[in-house]
Design a binder for this molecule. Structure first.
Ligand SMILES: Cc1ncc(C[n+]2csc(CCOP(=O)(O)OP(=O)(O)O)c2C)c(N)n1
Length: 573
C-alpha cells in the first residue's frame, strides 16, 4: 500500500525535485519519513522555516522549475510566509507542504491551530487541505499545476492524521501539466509597433528579466534601432556581458547614463519588465511595451502599443519589419557617459584612492576600523570570482555595490529578493543555490543587519556541506535606512547595530571565518575565501558613511542630506 505522504514525495521526485527544505514535526512526520526513504530527494533541515522558503524561492528562480519547502502545524507554517511572498513576487514556482492539527480537531481553536487555507490565501495561487485519501492524486496535481503554470506559490496542507493514510488501491500516479508554451504577440500589434519604431525618433530599451530567453533578439533590436539598453537589476544576469548597448541600471541603485538615456529618448521600448518606480520612467514619451503578462501592460506608464507575448517569439516577428538605423549620438553619448561613470566607481574602489588627498578628505576620520570601502569589497570579489559564480545579495546597500561593481560576465547568475525587497535573504538563497550544485561557486553579499536576522542557519551550511562564501558588509548599521533618513533631512536614528564579532560567531558555528579591518588585507582575504571549498564567512568592517549617489539626485535629497549631517553634528557635539 502507498500512503498519501509517499505518493506526494514519490511524484515530486519523479518530477525532478531533488531537495526539500524545512523543519520536521508532528503532522509532517509521514512526509519526512517518506523523504528519508526516497533516495532521489535530499532533506535539508533548517533552523528557521523562513530560510527554507527563501532557499526554495532561489532554487525555483535559478532552475525555472518547482522547488519545495515544508513547515509544520501553526507557527512552523507561519514562519514560511516571508520567503513564500518572495517566491510569489518573483514568479517562482514553489510548493509548500504544511502541517495541520488532526482532522477531528480542525475548527476547535486547537493547540497550534491556524487556518492555513486563509493564512496563505493572499500569497498562494492555490491553498487547500487534504482531508481524505480520495482527493489524491487530484489535489496534488492541482497544487503543482498551479505553481508551475501560474508561476507562483501553492500550499498543500496535511492534517496530522492524514499524511499516513493509505491511498485507495489502484490510484494512478499524479500527472502534472506541462508549462505553458510561449507564443508571439498578434501580427497586427507587431505591425503597429514596427510603424511606431520606424517613425517615432530615438529609442531607448528598458529590459527586464522577462526577456531572459531572448538575449540575441533584444541585442539585435538595440543594434537595429541604434538604442542604448537600460537593464533592470534582474536583467543584469544574461544581458550585461558582451553587450555594447548596455548602460547599467536606473533608479536609486542606478547611474546617470541610464537615467539620461531614458530621458533623452523619444520612444521607450519596455521588454519583459515590470520595473516599479514610476519616478524613474520619464513621461511624455511614446511607449511600446512587450510582456508575456497582460497584467503588466501599462501598470507603470502609459503605453501606446502593447505587445502581449513571449519576448523571443515576438521579437523574431518584429525584427524583419525594421530598417536598421545608423548608431548616432543618442547611443554613443550614453555609452560614453556610462563608461565615464564606471571609471569613477572603479576609482572609488581603488585601495590607492584612500591614500590620496581626496580619499583622505572623504574618509571618516582616522578610525582604521571604518576605512574599507564597500566598493572595494565588491570589486575584489569580482576580481576573484569565477565566470559561472552564482551571486545572491541582501536588500540594503550590499545590493547597490553588487549592482554597480560586479558585472555578470560569462554564465554568472544573480538572485535576490528583488521584488519583495526583504532583508535576510542572501544567506538562505545562497544555501538554495549551493544545494543545486555543490561544485559551483556561490557568493552571498550580506548586510550585517540581514545576516543577523537568520543567523542560526549559518550552521545549516556546515551541517549540509554547502560551501557558500558569505561576504558580510559589516558597517554596524542598517545602512540603507541611514541613507533614507539622511536624504529625507532626518538625523540618523535607530540604525546603529550593536554587532558582536561576526567572524567569531561564525567560527563558533563551524564555518571558516575571518574579520577584515585593514584595506591592505582585503584582496588576499577575498582571494583566500573564494578559493576555499568550505563554508566561509568574511566579516568585512566597512565604512558606514559611504554614500551611494543615485543616478539622479533631486535638490531636496541633496539639501536633506546636508541638513541631516548638520543635525547629527549638533546632536553628537
Ligand atoms: C525583513 C525586513 N525588515 C526591514 C526592512 C527595511 N529595510 C530595508 S534595507 C534595511 C537595512 C538593511 O541593513 P543591512 O542588512 O545591515 O544592510 P546595509 O543597508 O547596511 O548594507 C531595512 C531595515 C526590510 N526591507 N526587510
Amino acid at each position: 500500500m502507498t500512503t498519501i505522504a509517499e505518493l506526494i514525495v514519490e511524484s515530486l521526485a519523479e518530477h525532478g525535485v531533488r531537495t526539500v527544505w524545512g523543519v520536521v514535526g508532528d503532522a509532517l512526520n509521514p512526509v519526512t519519513d517518506a523523504i528519508r526513504r526516497e533516495e532521489r530527494v535530499e532533506w535539508v533541515g533548517v533552523r528557521h522555516e523562513e530560510v527554507a522558503a527563501f532557499a526554495a524561492s532561489a532554487q525555483a528562480q535559478l532552475t525555472d522549475d518547482l522547488a519545495v519547502c515544508m513547515g509544520t502545524v501553526g507557527p512552523g507554517a507561519i514562519h514560511l510566509l516571508n520567503g513564500l511572498y518572495d517566491a510569489k513576487k518573483s514568479h517562482a514556482p514553489v510548493l509548500a507542504i504544511c502541517g495541520q492539527v488532526p482532522l477531528g480537531e480542525v475548527g476547535t481553536d486547537f493547540f497550534q491551530e491556524v487556518d492555513n487555507n486563509r493564512l496563505f490565501s493572499d500569497v498562494a495561487l492555490f491553498a487547500e487541505t487534504v482531508t481524505s485519501p480520495e482527493q489524491m492524486p487530484h489535489l496534488l496535481e492541482r497544487a503543482v499545476n498551479a505553481a508551475i503554470g501560474g508561476r507562483g506559490v501553492a500550499v498543500l496542507t496535511l492534517p496530522g492524521d492524514v499524511g499516513g493514510l493509505d491511498v485507495p488501491k489502484g490510484v494512478r500516479a499524479p500527472r502534472f501539466a506541462p508549462a505553458p508554451r510561449p507564443s508571439a504577440a498578434p501580427d497586427a500589434d507587431v505591425a503597429r509597433a514596427a510603424e511606431l519604431l520606424a517613425t517615432g525618433g530615438e529609442a531607448t530599451l528598458l529590459v527586464g528579466c522577462g526577456a531572459r530567453g531572448a538575449r540575441a533578439e533584444v541585442l539585435e533590436l538595440a543594434r537595429v534601432l541604434g538604442a542604448p539598453m537600460v537593464l533592470t537589476l534582474k536583467a543584469k544576469e544574461g544581458f550585461e556581458h558582451d553587450n555594447p548597448y548596455a548602460v547599467g541600471q536606473t533608479g536609486l541603485i542606478g547611474n546617470p547614463a541610464a537615467t539620461k538615456a531614458l530621458e533623452d529618448a523619444d520612444v521607450l521600448v519596455l521588454v519583459g519588465t515590470d520595473f516599479p518606480y514610476r519616478d524613474w520612467i520619464p513621461t511624455g514619451k511614446r511607449v511600446v511595451q512587450l510582456d508575456a503578462r497582460a497584467t503588466h501592460i501599462g501598470r507603470r506608464t502609459s503605453v501606446e502599443v502593447a505587445l502581449v507575448g513571449d519576448a523571443g517569439e515576438t521579437l523574431r516577428t518584429l525584427l524583419p519589419h525594421l530598417q536598421p538605423r545608423e548608431a548616432g549620438k543618442h547611443l554613443t553619448g550614453a555609452q560614453e557617459k556610462y563608461a565615464d561613470w564606471l571609471q569613477g566607481q572603479h576609482r572609488l574602489a581603488d585601495p590607492e584612492h584612500d591614500k590620496s588627498l581626496l580619499g583622505r578628505l572623504r574618509s571618516v576620520g582616522d578610525n582604521p576600523q571604518s576605512r574599507i570601502r564597500p566598493e572595494a569589497v565588491a570589486m575584489a570579489v569580482d576580481r576573484h570570482a569565477g565566470a559561472d559564480t552564482v551571486f545572491t545579495s541582501d536588500t540594503g546597500m550590499s545590493t547597490v555595490w553588487l549592482s554597480r561593481l560586479v558585472p555578470m560576465s560569462g554564465s554568472r547568475r544573480l538572485v535576490g529578493s528583488y521584488n519583495l525587497g526583504s532583508m535576510a535573504n542572501a544567506m538562505p538563497m545562497a544555501l538554495g543555490a549551493q544545494a543545486l550544485d555543490r561544485e559551483r561557486q556561490v557568493v552571498a553579499f550580506c548586510g550585517d543587519g540581514g545576516l543577523m536576522m537568520l543567523l542560526g542557519d549559518l550552521r545549516t551550511a556546515v551541517t549540509h556541506h554547502l560551501p557558500v562564501v558569505l561576504v558580510v558588509f559589516d558597517n554596524g548599521r542598517l545602512g540603507m535606512v541611514k541613507l533614507e533618513q539622511e536624504q529625507g533631512g532626518l538625523p540618523e536614528f535607530g540604525t546603529v547595530l550593536d554587532n558582536p564579532d561576526i567572524a567569531a560567531v561564525a567560527t563558533a558555528m563551524g564555518l571558516t571565518a575571518r574579520r577584515v579591518t585593514d584595506p591592505d588585507d582585503l584582496d588576499e582575504a577575498i582571494a583566500t575565501a573564494l578559493a576555499s571549498r568550505t563554508p566561509y564567512l568574511l566579516d568585512v568592517v566597512t565604512n558606514p558613511d559611504e554614500v551611494a549617489v543615485p543616478g539622479k539626485t533631486t535638490p531636496s535629497q541633496a539639501w536633506g542630506f546636508a541638513i541631516a549631517k548638520a543635525k547629527e553634528q549638533i546632536t553628537s557635539a
